[in-house]
Design a protein around this ligand. Structure first.
Ligand SMILES: Nc1nc2c(c(=O)[nH]1)N[C@H]1C(S)=C(S)[C@@H](COP(=O)(O)OP(=O)(O)OC[C@H]3O[C@@H](n4cnc5c(=O)[nH]c(N)nc54)[C@H](O)[C@@H]3O)O[C@H]1N2
Ligand SMILES: Nc1nc2c(c(=O)[nH]1)N[C@H]1C(S)=C(S)[C@@H](COP(=O)(O)OP(=O)(O)OC[C@H]3O[C@@H](n4cnc5c(=O)[nH]c(N)nc54)[C@H](O)[C@@H]3O)O[C@H]1N2
Ligand code: SF4
Ligand SMILES: [Mo]
Length: 678
């Protein structure tokens, strides 16, 4: 038996474990007892993270569409065709007629290389990844208020805080080892406020559970800040020393009395007062949030309010405090750090800055790099459906199930002249592709992932990829060479990280030789730097912390007579997103085998619906059949659906309306009708 220390491929918590293999086959997983995050534990997905690797559905050979059918081909044929066809699209329609979608499932090195391929070789800033659907509101909102969009503190700060506000994060199911740490803290006396109208597990252990209306977080947070100021609970010293624009915030929340906030949120005024006193009354307060905050047409405004609450109470820059957006995918923090975003190179260095463009052009050996920021992923899908974008290269994403409004996504992808998909399985998206490239998965390659607390950690190759599948980094470098570019020849991913370190100040001190045993947290500017567990200690990345007051805006689509329910979408403990991996893991799929919708017992009674009845759910975009789960998890008038299931896909229903600043879709609120199937 061989044991290989590596990083979990699922969530941003970043647990590490040993992959156990026997004769080239994975047979199990063993947790790492010394790791500072997982500390010998794993959630059920981690324990089962070996099972999909040898699944018979793995892609083992490139596929090229001939006579309308995807057929096996050689690597030479497939890669030459990808390059020739991308170049042909660009020749006809310009460099920006193609889009590269990178992957939060791929390594830092692979994300860096794909963004280099897009910019240096294909001359476009059209590169983005699923962070657009996830924490783009955070990146925009926190860049404005703090100067950096990452989690300010470390996971271990949960053990050192007095009160935790968990808002729009189902941590025990979606970041289980962070969730259980919050539960442990609550059991040892830390006060807990949960603001989420689902009766999630954390809420059952909370001092206060706020079940406010979906989309009313600005009204809630403005109300809480009103009370804090009115009752003299604000941290005046911190505000004076470390922030700017306080007067504007105070003015903006002046008329957000608890009564007004109660009216807009559906809560009682007392609950808002209690939350304000509990949070502001503590010496150290920590805010933890996730998609309940970000995935709205006013997602950036939500984030601004969160940042303002932390500034108002002096809860940044100390242990046990901070604004802590839990990053979702195993390497979505890294995807952002590596510049798989339309407006920045690695380390958030702006493409619009001529000095930075020159720096990258010189290092990459090209004469010119594009200056205009590229298309965000969601805008690219709109451009494709309007016929403005003609080619897409998608590495490790499955937009057919993960994008809002599946009809729109399908039209966008079918409208393309060229769709290339590089994945480990033949996904719903890959089925539409002209060329499919088989990738190695996390267990079959070397590289690094960066977890939610900015910890850069090494994954290691445990087994060989199936058939002819190759690591994403090798495929990208091969494509670059075939496109006539000689600046992408690397012996291994460690050599790619050396290049990243020279060009990326926050990763300046990262090198493979320094990452054992438990990685390093960026910023890590040089090789003697020990890494940074807590950001903004003495001053903010932007200097002073900025209060950005906001007005309350309603979600874009609210219930009416025809579509009387609010649909909110999200996840379950056992499945991962579009299910490509977890639905191919027997022990996980067995637990949650079918699409379902949560419905409050009062609503169910009114509709004559019983547990497990077949339902038709429709919105202005489409309809799906699913199964009733009658439960007080949800409040009356709200239904919840996970988006894991291709049959009964929640995204047939969701609304493709975007936050104007971050371009994140409003996955958390749309209007639906629910009917019992005869
Ligand atoms: N098992 C599993 N774990 C995962 C994932 C997975 O697919 N499966 N995905 C990973 C990824 S990429 C991400 S981004 C994270 C997401 O992690 P989370 O954000 O924790 O998960 P979600 O289920 O999307 O939504 C969280 C909560 O938001 C609440 N919510 C909905 N609308 C509102 C609102 O208007 N205001 C507030 N305050 N709350 C609201 C919902 O009731 C829900 O409980 O999970 C990561 N972890
Ligand atoms: N309704 C609704 N929709 C949502 C959300 C929601 O809350 N509600 N949440 C959104 C959020 S936060 C996110 S992050 C997105 C996620 O959206 P996606 O990123 O599209 O979803 P995944 O299923 O994680 O897709 C990852 C793909 O990568 C493949 N893969 C795994 N490992 C590798 C590898 O090493 N190399 C390559 N090349 N491929 C690999 C997998 O097989 C899979 O097809 O979904 C969004 N969609
Ligand atoms: S908590 Fe996240 S990183 Fe840890 S084992 Fe579970 S899915 Fe993997
Ligand atoms: Mo996400």
């Amino acid at each position: 038996m061989k044991r290989t220390l590596t990083v979990c491929p699922y969530c941003g918590t970043g647990c590490t474990f040993y992959l156990v293999s026997d004769n080239g086959r994975l047979v199990g997983v063993e947790p790492s007892t010394t790791h500072p995050v997982s500390r010998g534990g794993l959630c059920v997905k981690g324990w089962n993270a070996f099972a999909f690797v040898h699944h018979p559905d793995r892609l083992t050979t490139p596929l090229v569409r001939r006579d309308g059918v995807l057929q096996p081909s050689s690597w030479d044929e497939a890669l030459d065709l990808v390059v020739a066809r991308l170049q042909a699209v660009q020749k006809r329609h310009g460099a920006d007629a193609v889009m590269f979608a990178s992957s939060a499932k791929a390594t830092n090195e692979e994300n860096y290389l794909l963004m280099k391929l897009a910019r240096a070789v294909f001359g476009t800033n059209n590169i983005d990844h699923c962070a657009r659907l996830c924490h783009s509101s955070t990146v925009t909102g926190l860049a404005e208020t703090f100067g950096s969009g990452a989690m300010t503190n470390s996971i271990s700060c949960i053990d050192q805080t007095d009160v935790i506000l968990v808002i729009g994060s189902n941590s025990t199911e979606q970041h289980p080892l962070i969730g259980s740490r919050i539960l442990n803290a609550a059991h040892s006396g830390t006060r807990l406020i949960v603001a989420d109208n689902r009766r999630i597990r954390l809420s059952r252990h909370a001092d206060l559970h706020l079940r406010h209306r979906n989309g009313s977080d600005v009204a809630l947070l403005n109300g809480i800040m009103h009370v804090i100021i009115a009752e003299g609970l604000a941290d005046r010293e911190f505000i004076a020393a470390r922030t700017e624009n306080y007067a504007a915030l105070a003015e903006a929340v002046a008329d957000w009395t608890p009564e007004r906030s109660a009216g807009a949120t559906g809560l009682a005024a007392d609950e808002i007062v209690a939350a304000a006193r509990l949070f502001a009354g503590a010496e150290r307060g920590m805010i933890v949030y996730s998609m309940g905050i970000t995935q709205h047409s006013h997602g950036v405004d939500n984030v601004r309010c969160i940042a303002a609450l932390a500034l108002l109470t002096g809860n940044v820059g100390r242990p046990g405090t901070g604004v802590n957006p839990l990053r979702g995918q195993n390497n979505v923090q890294g995807g952002c750090d590596m510049g798989a975003l339309p407006d920045v190179y690695s380390g958030y260095q702006k493409v619009s800055d001529p000095l930075l463009r020159d720096k990258f052009a010189l290092a990459w050996g090209v004469t010119k790099l594009p200056a205009e920021p590229g298309l965000p992923l969601t805008r690219a899908m709109d451009a494709a459906s309007a016929g403005l974008l003609r080619g897409m290269f998608i590495m490790g994403e499955n937009p057919m199930l993960s994008d809002p409004d599946q009809g729109h996504a399908r039209m966008a992808l079918q409208n393309l002249e060229l769709l290339v998909v590089q994945d480990i399985f033949l996904t719903e998206t890959a089925l539409l592709a002209d060329i499919v490239l088989p990738a190695a998965c996390y267990a079959e390659k070397e590289g690094t992932f960066t977890n939610t607390e900015r910890r850069v950690q090494r994954l290691r190759k445990a087994v060989e990829p199936p058939g002819a599948a190759r690591a994403d980094w090798e495929i990208i470098c091969d494509l670059a060479g075939r496109a006539g570019y000689s600046g992408m020849r690397y012996a291994n991913p460690a050599a790619v990280m050396e290049e990243i370190a020279t060009l990326t100040p926050i990763y300046g001190g990262i090198g493979y030789d320094r990452l054992d045993p438990h990685g390093l947290q960026w910023p890590c500017p040089d090789r003697s730097h020990p890494g940074t567990p807590i950001l903004h200690l003495e001053h903010f990345s932007r200097g002073l912390g900025r209060f950005s007051p906001v007005a309350h805006r309603l979600p874009a689509e609210l219930p009416d007579d025809r579509y009387p329910f609010v649909l909110t979408t999200g996840r379950t403990y056992f499945h991962w997103h579009t299910g490509s991996m977890t639905r191919r893991t027997h022990l996980l799929d067995r637990e949650e085998p079918r699409s379902f919708i949560e419905l409050h017992p009062d609503d169910a009674a009114r509709l004559g619906v019983r547990e497990r009845d077949s339902l038709l759910v429709s919105s202005r975009r489409g309809e799906v059949r699913t199964e009733a789960r009658v439960t007080t998890m949800v409040i009356p008038g709200v239904v919840f659906m996970p988006f894991h299931f291709a049959e009964g896909a929640a995204n047939v229903l969701t609304n493709n309306v975007l936050d104007p600043e971050s371009s994140i879709p409003e996955f958390k609120v749309c209007a639906v009708r629910v009917e019992k199937m005869p």
